[in-house]
Design a protein around this ligand. Structure first.
Ligand code: FES
Length: 142
């Protein structure tokens, strides 16, 4: 399995997708640091959600109704649902398809589908920019 990352957990119970950790023996692939083009701007209209792959990992891109562009890790911090598989933009938030937790443009959870106080949870954001009608995401090894 040389050159590939293996993910493990301790089997003591279900693990959120984000709780899985790379093994210490895995080697980093030789990707450079930098901005990488993941989409053209017209692929992400207001309310749009896209899943793209960057260095072997998925990234969810979305644009709010007000036009704010964001790139996040795809896994909901609640129970790990993939935001690119049914996640939807509602106003300035992206809403998880499972239990309708909503996350604002800072990644902070601002509402739940149960109407309860939102937990102190947040999406992991990537730096993203838009240049010459293209969407770029920053990737750094650390
Ligand atoms: S898994 Fe996303 S709200 Fe429950």
């Amino acid at each position: 399995m040389s050159g590939l990352t293996r993910y493990v957990h301790d089997d003591s119970g279900p693990a959120r997708a984000d709780a899985l950790t790379a093994t210490a023996t895995a080697t980093a692939l030789p990707y450079p640091d930098g901005w990488f083009c993941l989409a053209f701007s017209d692929e992400l209209p207001p309310g749009g959600v896209l899943t793209r792959t960057l260095m072997g990992e998925e990234v969810v891109l979305f644009r709010t109704r007000g036009g704010v562009l964001r790139a996040v890790r795809p896994y909901c911090p609640h129970l790990g649902a993939h935001l690119g598989a049914g996640g939807a933009v509602e106003g300035e938030n992206i809403v998880c398809p499972f239990h309708r937790f909503a996350f604002d443009t800072s990644g902070t959870c601002v509402a739940t589908g149960y109407g309860l106080q939102p937990p102190k949870a947040a999406l992991t954001r990537y730096d993203v920019c838009e240049v010459n009608s293209s969407v770029y995401v920053w990737r750094h090894a650390l």
